[in-house]
Design a protein around this ligand. Structure first.
Ligand code: FES
Length: 311
């Protein structure tokens, strides 16, 4: 879902728009935005619960890590193997090697289709400027897949040399796409847990006066620079990291749904009791804290058992 509150899309009141993009980037932006809206429409299907389940699966919410990143190893590995089999076949002219090359390309094509679906689901919730990089990453992968598919057809028609040339071209394009994939993760932090690096107290510390914490209202507190989401119910205070693990959205500005919070940016939903992801696109759980009220103060700490995990 396009993030209506993305800091890249809407500058804060009084701020100038970020002049970080070249005129060419600004010119191309509507294309990736339009494309993303079309993908959004298909994947969100007017809020259908089935579509939500499918997105959860494709995002990797059930896995705890982005599914796309795991699946891309299939086409990359298979097509690398195909290149090696092709090379050996060109030297030794053995039928088993050419068969192995064809089989590797076929496995890679199946993997590429699965990776494309998972990647599209992820991309539908990516904000600028990563959105544009993601679009080119996807287009390059589509080109590579088309070249490998055409190569397989040529091989089936006994035009093996042409098939080898096409797959070599496809492999080059795959490498260029993989480079952009790396840029998406390492530069734009797509798929990276945005709560990583935040530190929370080992022992109970005061983060707010009890009188300031309204009942049934998502409230932001802070410890050592790390924002904390507090939600007071009749008999309990919930506390989880306030920074959304997906893209850093402010959960205190989200909506409460029962004992869960829905992120205002791309609608990830987290359980307040343990921070687990109920609905993606987030895949990483929110760090969960223990909270209590003592002497008119709201205090939080890392759960002792999970303390080492939260570090
Ligand atoms: S920032 Fe994307 S769902 Fe929270």
């Amino acid at each position: 879902m396009t993030n209506p509150q993305s800091p890249f899309v809407q500058p804060q009141p009084g701020e100038q728009p970020q002049p970080t993009q070249s005129p060419q980037t600004r010119q191309a932006k509507p294309i990736d935005e339009k494309l993303q809206k079309l993908v959004d429409k298909a994947f969100y299907a007017n809020g259908s619960p089935t579509a939500q389940s499918l997105r959860n699966f494709l995002n990797g919410t059930w896995l705890g890590d982005p599914l796309h990143a795991a699946i891309t190893d299939v086409p990359l590995g298979s097509w690398t193997a195909a290149m090696i089999f092709d090379l050996l076949d060109a030297i030794r002219h053995r039928r088993d090697l050419s068969t192995a090359a064809d089989a590797s390309i076929t496995v890679g094509l199946v993997g590429a289709l699965a990776a494309a679906l998972a990647g599209l689901a992820d991309w539908s919730d990516v904000d600028p400027p990563a959105r544009r990089v993601g679009m080119f990453h996807g287009l390059l992968n589509l080109s590579a897949t088309t070249l490998f598919a055409t190569s397989l057809i040529s091989r089936g028609n006994n035009r093996r040399n042409r098939g080898r040339l096409l797959s070599a071209l496809g492999f080059s394009v795959t490498l260029a796409a993989a480079r952009l994939g790396g840029q998406l993760v390492y530069q734009h932090r797509v798929g990276v847990d945005r709560t990583s690096g935040q530190t929370f107290p080992e022992d109970f510390v005061e983060v707010m006066a009890e009188s300031a914490l309204e009942t049934n209202k998502a409230t932001r507190a802070e410890y050592n620079g790390a924002p904390i989401l507090l939600v007071r119910r009749a008999d309990r205070v919930f506390a989880i990291a306030e920074t959304c693990s997906h893209f850093g959205g402010p959960l205190s500005e989200g909506s409460l749904v029962g004992d869960s919070i829905v992120c205002p940016w791309h609608s990830s939903r987290f359980d307040l009791a343990d921070g687990h992801v109920i609905n993606g696109p987030a895949v990483h759980p929110q760090p969960c804290l223990e909270a209590r009220i003592r002497d008119g103060k709201v205090e939080v700490r890392k759960p002792p058992v999970a303390a080492s995990i939260l570090d």
